[in-house]
Ligand binder design. Structure first.
Ligand code: 9D3
Length: 263
């Protein structure tokens, strides 16, 4: 896949893509990243990319001219396999599902907004879609573009050494949003905090069940907003019916008794 980034801060992108998964994938020829300086499509002495907002108000707005010229010179003949994305605080929020969808294109061109905003004709008549990375205010689209590229790049075939890990983790199953289960490594006892016994006993069926349940509980505790999208709980193992009913007055296990076993 080819990523194009259009920005007034091309130097910003030297750092993020020189490390980790994206750098490896670029080295392996799985992806290419071209960073374009928006000022290359200006023709005045000051290389002006912005202007004052019509109607008045604070701040400056990115002019449409250089942005249209840049996109039309990078892709003189756009095809349906090429997607222009405007990164702006106004777009729908980028998520793992959007990343999976974008990973199917041959080329993406990410336009980074700055200042108070981008002339609306870019969103209306040039970009195929507008995306935000969350409900918080950034000073520009550059960090957002880096986030989108990192997220899409690691979904490309051949990028991860272990393809299974991309399928397993949080947010990966379509429509099934559950956090990852807790992970532990040595030592088994760190400052008195012990690793759950079930992970040490080598019973892989028990471990699988524990992880699924622990992931469910962690999701409900830390991300209650995702709780309604959880996959169905594993049915508990069928127990043989007891011959003798418990004595009257015997304690009934509470929710926290059940939890204790899992911690
Ligand atoms: C001060 C102006 N803002 C009103 C609250 C509007 C505004 C304009 C430009 C807010 C942010 C920006 C710059 N941000 C982006 O270009 C941006 C962004 C973001 O701010 N949050 C989340 N995702 C993104 S993607 C691009």
């Amino acid at each position: 896949m080819i990523f194009h980034v259009l920005t007034i801060f091309p130097e910003f992108f030297r750092g993020p893509f020189e490390h980790g998964v994206v750098a490896k994938a670029a080295g392996a020829g799985i992806l290419k990243i071209h960073v374009h300086n928006l000022r290359d499509w200006t023709s005045d002495r000051h290389r002006t990319v912005d202007d004052r907002p019509f109607g008045g108000g604070e701040g400056m707005v990115l002019k449409p001219g250089p942005i249209f010229d840049a996109v039309e010179s990078i892709w003189p003949q756009r095809t349906p396999e090429q997607r222009v994305i405007l990164l702006s605080a106004q777009g729908p929020v980028f998520d793992q599902e959007a990343a999976r969808r974008l990973s199917k294109y041959r080329e993406l061109l990410l336009i980074c907004g700055r200042y108070e905003g981008v002339d609306e004709r870019v969103a209306e008549h040039l970009a195929d879609e507008e995306l935000s990375i969350g409900d918080f205010v950034l000073s520009g689209g550059e960090l957002a573009a880096a986030v989108v590229i990192d997220c899409v790049a690691r979904l490309l075939p051949g990028v991860l050494g272990n393809e299974a890990s991309a399928i397993q983790e949080s947010f990966s199953a379509p429509g099934e949003k559950m956090l990852d289960c807790p992970h532990y490594t040595r030592p088994a006892n760190f400052r008195g905090w012990k690793v759950p016994e079930v992970l040490l006993n080598g019973n892989h069926e028990e471990i699988r069940k524990w992880r699924r349940q622990a992931a469910r509980e962690k999701t409900i505790r830390l991300r209650p907003d995702l709780a309604e999208h959880l996959p169905p709980e594993e049915p508990p193992k069928k127990r043989r019916r007891r011959k003798v009913e418990p004595e009257a007055g015997a304690p009934v296990p509470t929710e926290s008794d059940k939890k204790e076993v899992l911690q």
